[in-house]
Each structure stands twice: as structure tokens, then as C-alpha cells.
Design a binder for this molecule. Sequence first.
Ligand code: MN
Length: 498
Amino acid sequence: MINNLKQYEIWFVTGSQHLYGPEALKEVADDSQQIAAALNSNSQIPCTVTFKPIVTTADEIYKVCAEANNAENCAGLIFWMHTFSPAKMWIAGLKALKKPFVHLHTQFNRDIPWDSIDMDYMNLHQSAHGGREFGYICTRMGKNRKVIVGHWKDEKVVAKLDIWMRAACGWHDAQGAKLCRFGDNMRNVAVTEGDKVEAEIKLGYSVNGYGVGDLVEHVSNISDADIDKLIKQYQDDYKIAAGDEKMDNVRKSARIEAGMRSFLEEGNFKAFTTTFEDLHGMDQLPGLAVQRLMADGYGFGAEGDWKTAALVRAMKVMSAGKSGGTSFMEDYTYHLDPAGNKVLGAHMLEVCPSIAADKPSLEVHPLGIGGKEAPARVVFNVGTGAGINATLLDMGNRFRMIVNTVEVVKPNHDLPKLPVARVLWVPKPNLEIAAGAWILGGGAHHTGFSMALTAEHMEDFVDMAGIEYLLIDENTTISQFKNQCRWNDAYFGLGSLR
Ligand code: MN
């Protein structure tokens, strides 16, 4: 479980030069130390902010970038130009730098000291033009980065740093991550397929398949005592709505959970997929097991959907410690009442209880597909509020992410016969435009759903990955969205020719 991002460091690096003399440089160092310390102790900042000695030459800049590349816990860097820092000095460092960075365009003093300002003051507090020089070289070199403008004590600036740091942690976590597929894809499904080699090159995680028999071996090694322990845990965590006659099915679910967990821990996996078309030797489609593993921070995608599994994992890391929850999701059924179009999101079983509004109910019901025993699952509703759906697609020549902002609403009525966890939302700007744009953009039926994250988290993440990003929100129109898709086709088409 990832509930704390303090294990990740963000390096605070201040650019300057020797033109101003040692006294000015000492002041630059003091000021930047003070900002780094203030950010580090700010409870809104999720990571450890580490002050690095100010950089004043091309060698120093290269060195800190190379060190960041090799520092295992460094998830990214904050660059700040206290003074002018001639940007030819930054070329070698930026060329070498492989970690994400944010350009904090701030100034030590918030206000102009009207009465006392002189040329010494002006020469020391030069972010206004130093930041522009730095921006030029980043743009000229095609470096993706976030630019945050404002005073470093401003809550809005801190909030943006929080968002960016969370995205950097999600990105950092994905580098070298291992994703396990139990079985292959659901047959004939297109959108869940993709180029796993390209994903490893572009997104950093490695996807490999494992025979279900290997999992079954772990499942059958689980002892009755371990199952008893889990059943006790279920009694604490859930309302047990499965009758005594169903407890055998619940015990089998517990066995599957313990077996899966042992397999995933042994292989050091961060995300996984299942498929109901390959369950040889399993009694049930894993439902409760998947729900509980997701709640513990594992990424998950059903029917072999490894892209969504990796996406859910990244979103789980990004939302660590935040309220709201994050889950694998599917647009399932519509409510097409002209008085208020809505989407009912759910899946056959696998919705993460981190988004539950209240104590979930543990139930056992038969499943129409898969031809296995009735699986256990937890059933719950989700609280109201803002959320997002995100999808990752393989477009053939690039990965595309589409994000849609949504408002989660209360169901119009109880759903007493629906045996799965469910969420009801109104997509922005409305269902007509949101679903229209989503479909024109090729968005999947599977998503990563979160009420802890915003579209900005996803956009920052996408910038780190250097992949395509399409946002559907309150400002989206279909014509504008179609144009964006066309322009992006041209942009990424040109990119592949470079
Ligand atoms: Mn599905």
C-alpha cells in the first residue's frame, strides 16, 4: 500500500551565475534554502523537498542533472532562476536529464519594496527575466515541463506543486515496474490490445504473461488457517450479506485472494490483469480478491487490459494519502432521461472499495459468463463529488490519453437487485458531448476512475511520458475536439519521421 509519498525526493535546484559576486550568491543560496525548507515542511507538499547547492556553471548544472538521474529516490526536480542564469550553461545538463522537472517561476520577495528598491535589489531579484531565459532553452530543446508562476508562499502555487509532485511519483513508480497478466486478452477485443514493447520504451513498465496454472499452484498452497484469518478480516471490513450456505464460496474467494497476493508479492508486481476466458483450475473468477488487492494499491485491468491496469496503478500512487479513492471502471449503462443524462459505471465484479461511500456488503451471486462457481464480491455505492475518468489507448503510432471530468451524483433510486458496486456520474460538459468526443477520440470502455485526482494530475503525468493528451471538460465542443484530434494526428505523424 502506498499511503505516503515522503519516501520520494524532489530536488530543489536554483540557477544563478558568477556575474554578481560572492555576496549576492550567498544571498541566492540563503533564499533558495529558505524556500526549499518552507516547501518541505508544508503539509500540502506530499514529497520530501531536498535543497541542492545553487548551480552557477555548466559543469555544476550537468553534475546535478546526472546525479538526479542516478538517485533512486529522486522523482523529479524543481528548477528556479533566482537571478539570470545564461541558458547555454543549461544545455548539457538538460540534454542528460532523464527525470521530470518543474520550472517554478517565483521570486523570493513577493512585493516590490517601493521605498528602498535600488539596482542592487534589481540585480538580485531577477526571476522575471532569468525565468524567461531558462524557458527559452527548455522550449528550444523540446523539454516537456510544467511551469508554475506565482509567489512560493501562495496556496495556489503550493497546490500546483502538490499536483505535479504526485504525477512525478506516479511516473517514478512506473519506471521499471512489473505488470503480471494472468492469461491473455479477452478474445477479439481491440482496445485492450497494444504494443507492450513500445509501452516499456515509452512508459517504463514491463508487461508479461503468466499461466493460470502458476497462480493455481499458489492458490492451492494456502492453508485453512490463512483462510480463517482472512474471513475474520472480512467480518471487520464488511457487512456479511452472504448467508451460511454461501460461506463455502466466500472461503474459496479468500483462498484465491491469498494465493494471488502471494504470487504478486513473490514476483514484486505492481499491477495485474485477469480474464474470465482463462480460469483453468480456478473455482471462481477472482472478484473480491481483485477488489481487495486494488484497495491495497495494486493496479488492475479486467479481460487482459494491461494498459488500464498500469494506469490504475499510476493513479493509485498519485492519489496516495488523499481522500476520494481510485478504481478500475467501465462505462456500463446509460440513463437517457432528457431531464438528466447519466452514466452508470461498474464492472462484473472488480470495483475498488477505496471509492465506497460506506461499509461495503459482502455478497455471493452467480455470474452469467465464465462458467465457474458464484463468486464473492463487495457491493457498495459511491459518494457524490467531482471525479475523472482516464483512458490510455494505443493508436498504432503513439499512446493517447483521454481524460473526462465528471460529477458523481446520487442514484435516482435504490438498486436492490444490482449485485455489483456502482457509481453514477454526469460527464462534463454533458453526456452528449462527452460520450461523442470520447468515442471520436477512440476512448476505451475501461477507465481509471478517481475522485482523488483532477485532470491536471493526468496532464502533468502525460507530459512526463511525452504522449498525447486529450481533455474533455466543461469547455469541450465537438468541432474543437475533432480538430484537436486531426492536429495531433499531424503532430505525432511528423514526430515519427524525425
Ligand atoms: Mn470489462
